[in-house]
Design a protein around this ligand. Structure first.
Ligand code: HEM
Length: 430
């Protein structure tokens, strides 16, 4: 099976590639070009996510291509201890316990601890957009990528002044690990990543020096470790901050971009959101299924494993095609239809499954819900600038738009009756 995620249809219409893979009787394929095993069926992807004894996370954050020697020598200087997403037992359960204790990860805790932060940041960005009445804006830098970044910086207690470089480091990390940079670019991105890691280390060292009395994540993690390396080491705290600064914003940025794209691409949906915010959680859930921000994720096999008719050897890197699994007709009725009213929506695998299930899922849902509701209320006439087709950045894991151009119109399209009609039309369509 040929899958080149860096060119062609995968950059404009990945679903057509997922359909082709799902329709193939084998369901599991070796992609020679990538050196990766592709796992596409829902049942297989779910199993691989859950079965940590067979499918390890050790190489999840290692580049998917052979890195040039010069870039590798820079990467080798990064003494980042593996925590959570990059860790396997016994480190994973210990670091995950630490994260659960220090980072709010249930709807109630997230609302109580981060709700005010999210509302403040949403209102700040929405007001800025309202002030651009009549302009054409790119919703990615102006809203979708900015919001989750500001929120995660607030949670970690990082100053706003550092927004620019953290955005650039995080984008660079995603391109370096899951993209296809040329050797010169690999070296530059590797140097940036090393600088990013040193920055996180320094953030933590400062908190240690200050006595870590704050309520930010880093202070909480240091208080949790209570000077006991058996609980958590100081470099592990820095590693968790390093991971959260990327995992906490690039993912939710993708969710917001896909949700805005879906909401603004059909004439009924945006007015329906403005008219009835109660519909937003189901809309967000269907966006997660239909257009996951992470549509491929990596594992490495610890032993030979047979999925269906195919045996994958030990030591093989596997790409779990979450995007394909979310469109598997064995699980989802009319999988290629975007339907916020479907009853099977919660079976999606976009936040993973099992021991590594996303710790930020509740935060991502809260951010997306508040963001869409407040933006639709403030700018009911928001509309996408027509483009010939969607296009995404070349990457095997993160499905990120290049841009999302829209026109700002704070006036409702008419007196509001169309919004109510649209809301009821969506309900009737169910
Ligand atoms: C739409 C938004 C998000 C998506 C699609 C997403 C997706 C995922 C996925 C697929 C995994 C599973 C990784 C695995 O099985 O190896 C994961 C894990 C994780 N996510 Fe998220 N994520 C999102 C938002 C967030 C946010 C907002 C945060 C934190 C601020 C976060 C932090 C993490 C962490 C720390 C893990 C590792 C958990 C572990 O290994 O135990 N994520 N996420």
């Amino acid at each position: 099976m040929r899958l080149n995620p860096f060119t062609g249809v995968y950059l404009t219409n990945p679903a057509s590639m997922w359909r082709r893979i799902l329709d193939d009787p084998a369901g599991v394929h070796y992609a020679e070009d990538l050196g990766l095993w592709l796992i596409s069926r829902h049942t297989h992807v779910r199993r691989a996510l859950a079965d940590a004894a067979t499918f390890a996370n050790a190489l999840t954050l290692a580049p998917v291509y052979e890195v040039c020697p010069e870039a590798m020598s820079v990467i080798m200087q990064m003494d980042v201890p593996p925590t959570t997403a990059a860790a396997d037992p016994p480190v994973h359960p210990r670091t995950r316990r630490a994260l659960r204790a220090t980072f709010a990860n249930t709807p109630d805790r997230v609302e109580a601890e981060y709700g005010a932060i999210v509302r403040r940041r949403v209102d700040q960005l929405v007001s800025r957009l309202v002030a651009r009445q009549g302009d054409q804006v790119d919703l990615l830098p102006e809203f979708a990528t900015e919001l989750p970044l500001l929120v995660v910086l607030d949670i970690l207690g990082v100053p706003d002044a550092d927004v620019g470089r953290i955005r650039s480091w995080a984008d660079g990390q995603i391109a370096l690990i899951w993209g296809q940079p040329d050797p010169a670019e690999q070296v530059r991105l590797a140097q940036d990543l090393l600088e990013f890691w040193r920055y996180c280390h320094e953030l933590v060292r400062q908190r240690v020096d200050q006595g870590h009395h704050g309520d930010d994540f880093i202070s909480r993690a240091l208080a949790y470790r209570d000077d006991d390396d058996a609980v958590l080491t100081v470099p592990e705290v820095a590693s968790m901050a390093f991971n959260l600064l990327v995992a906490g914003h690039e993912t939710t940025a993708g969710l917001l971009a896909h949700a805005l794209d879906q909401a603004l691409s059909s004439p009924q949906r945006w007015p329906a959101i403005a008219a009835d915010p109660q519909t937003v959680p189901a809309f967000v859930a269907e966006t997660l299924r239909f257009a996951p921000a992470i549509d491929g994720w990596l594992r490495v096999t610890r032993r030979d494993v047979t999925l269906g008719e195919v045996t994958i050897p030990a030591g093989a890197r596997c790409l779990l095609l979450i995007g394909a699994a979310n469109r598997d007709p064995a699980v989802f009725a009319h999988p290629d239809t975007f339907d916020p009213h479907r009853s099977d929506v919660t079976d999606h695998l976009s936040f993973g499954h099992g021991p590594h299930f996303c710790i930020g899922a509740a935060l991502a849902r809260l951010e997306a819900g508040i963001a869409l509701t407040r933006l639709a209320a403030a700018i009911p006439g928001l509309r996408l600038t027509p483009v010939p087709h969607r296009s995404y950045k070349p990457n095997v894991a993160f499905r990120a738009h290049h841009r999302l151009l829209a026109e700002i119109d704070v006036m409702a399209p008419d007196d509001g009756s169309s919004a109510r009609d649209a809301a009821s039309a969506e309900v009737q369509a169910a």
